[in-house]
Design a protein around this ligand. Structure first.
Ligand code: 3HC
Length: 283
């Protein structure tokens, strides 16, 4: 199946990244938000990201204008009518996502693929509210989307082969390397990433090592772009806690028990980079 038009639900950090890379690689894009203020903010962020690419000589002014011209912002779900593939990138709330999937199923043309960018929630639960379970899968992108080279596709027990093949070709056309994960809590990457983050937070909490020692140790000793505490600040402590609680709720596996310090920091509003304070200060 040939894809021409991509829909993205949500123009937050992940949605706008998915919209940007799709437009840059030649797709027509429709991206939605719940109000004009959020939509304007998301579109401005895409414009800024593309301007940065121009300033760095990665694309020309003309290419930027072409890419921006391919993105249509909307507040109306009906604009997804003629999309070939839609990625839902709304906030991590299963009930909200199920409602979005029911709406998309009603609005989108029969052959369209519906996907979710969820980092941890059960994809089959979203597929089950549609009449096209075989056309539903997870498309888990990584932050920052324009930079990260991976797309983790999540196959449910109902995802059809053609759906998976089409999404895989799409991912490759965006310049991503594609892996296929089962619809199990944490999929592949977060199932490994979260216990690693937990261990770093617990070591810091117990005073085993200073935050800088943990981060520099991993960064230079394992050649990671950033250490685990800096990464948790970037992902967001609230998001990290949400993922842990979601995986724990589904598996009851004590490996995914959130550290007490993480819970307390989130309660205090220390969400990491986005709030100006996490394991480090960003003000
Ligand atoms: N958008 C577009 N480009 C960006 C960007 C953004 N938001 N942030 C950085 N870049 C680009 C820069 O322009 C630069 O490009 P260049 O090399 O061509 O000049 C390049 O990325 C490097 O950026 P910087 O020099 O500004 O900074 P760093 O070298 O420190 O890199 C980083 C920043 C790319 C964020 C790097 O530190 C990194 O890769 N960190 C790890 C990120 C990671 O692990 N992400 C996954 C998080 S987990 C996840 O998303 C799953 C979820 O479910 C939890």
């Amino acid at each position: 199946m040939e894809l021409k038009k991509i829909g993205v639900v949500g123009c937050g950090l992940m949605g706008r990244g998915i919209a940007e890379v799709s437009a840059k690689t030649g797709y027509d894009v429709v991206v939605s938000e719940i109000n004009k203020e959020l939509l304007d903010k998301g579109m401005a962020a895409i414009n800024q990201s593309l301007s940065r690419a121009v300033a760095k000589g990665k694309m020309t002014d003309v290419e930027k204008t072409t890419a921006m011209g391919k993105i249509k912002g909307t507040l109306d779900m009906k604009d997804f009518l003629d999309c070939d593939l839609v990625v839902e990138a709304a906030v991590e709330n299963l009930e909200l996502k199920k409602k979005i999937f029911a709406d998309l199923d009603r609005v989108c043309k029969p052959g369209a693929i519906l996907s979710t960018n969820t980092s941890c929630l059960s994809v089959i639960d979203m597929a089950a509210v549609t009449k096209r379970q075989d056309k539903v899968l997870g498309c888990h992108f990584f932050n920052p989307v324009p930079v990260m080279k991976l797309l983790e596709l999540v196959r449910t027990i109902s995802t059809g082969k053609e759906t998976l093949d089409t999404a895989s070709e799409w991912g490759k056309s965006l310049g991503k390397t594609v892996i296929v994960a089962p619809d199990r809590p944490g999929f592949i990457v977060n199932r490994i990433l979260l216990p690693y983050m937990i261990e770093a937070i617990k070591m810091y909490e117990c005073g085993v090592a200073k935050r800088e020692e943990i981060d520099v140790g991993i960064q230079l000793g394992l050649n990671h772009p950033m250490g685990p505490l800096t990464l948790t600040d970037m992902v967001g402590l609230d998001t990290t806690l949400f993922i842990l609680d979601a995986i724990f709720a589904e598996t009851k596996d004590p490996t995914f028990t959130a550290p007490v310090l993480l819970r307390k920091m989130v309660a205090a509003g220390h969400y990491g980079r986005k709030s100006g304070k996490g394991f480090y200060d960003y003000k």
